[in-house]
Write a protein that binds this ligand. Structure first.
Ligand code: GRF
Length: 205
């Protein structure tokens, strides 16, 4: 993780009482990542990569993790590390992929582009990580309506709120599965138009 760590916080909070999954370690590409402090507060072990491009180092830091979650991790994961955790490494992205993803599409820029495009719907996507940015098979998405008066910040805040609901649901669903061999695809129950501001994220496999 490299960002503010709010998605990590959502996982820590949601999985606190879970018998299905727990956060065992947090690996960051930068020593100032907000996630590190959140992990320490929760008593979770941490590591900072000296060289995030070094596959051996990344694989060693991830150790025997059953599932690797990228949340605000902005560095490219070396291909050998991607291969080692094929279908066991996921990423969360603040738009409805495959739109508004790819190299350089992160943070405020994503929401600026959504607003500039005139799209009426954006959202959050959780997907498996492959060798290309924001590209692997999609596991789950949740839509967020764009409002006429949205600025990048207001849109980002509403999408982030959805991310915090979606990511723990997906992690739990993945952890419940006996086998990791095939990609999981979860579908939303309901629609953004029905739920409006009352955020109710439910998924079915
Ligand atoms: C989130 O918007 C996530 O989708 C993107 O980076 C941001 C990370 O936020 N990949 P945080 O560090 O979890 O607060």
């Amino acid at each position: 993780m490299s960002g503010g760590g709010s998605n990590l916080q959502a996982l820590l909070d949601e999985l606190a009482g879970s018998s299905v999954a727990r956060v065992t370690r947090v690996v960051a590409s930068r020593p100032d990542a907000g996630a590190l402090e959140r992990a320490r507060r929760a008593g979770v072990s941490t590591a900072v990569l000296d060289d995030p491009a070094d596959a051996d180092q990344v694989v060693a830091a991830l150790g025997d993790a059953g599932l690797v979650v990228l949340a605000g991790y902005l560095r490219r994961v070396p291909p050998a590390a991607v291969a080692r955790f094929r279908l066991r490494m996921i990423n969360i992205h603040p738009a409805l992929l495959p739109a508004f993803g790819g190299a350089g599409m992160y943070g405020r820029r994503v929401h600026e582009q959504v607003l500039a495009s005139g799209m009426e719907i954006t959202g959050a996507t959780v997907h498996y990580v492959d060798e290309e940015y924001d590209h692997g098979p999609i596991i789950a998405q949740w839509p967020v309506p764009v409002r006429a008066d949205d600025a990048p910040e207001t849109l980002a805040a509403r999408v982030l709120e959805v991310e915090h609901r979606l990511l723990p649901l997906v992690v739990t669903a993945l952890a419940r599965r006996a086998s990791w061999g095939a990609p999981l695809r979860l579908f939303a129950i309901g629609s953004a138009f029905v739920t409006g501001d009352k955020l109710a994220v439910q998924l079915r496999g």
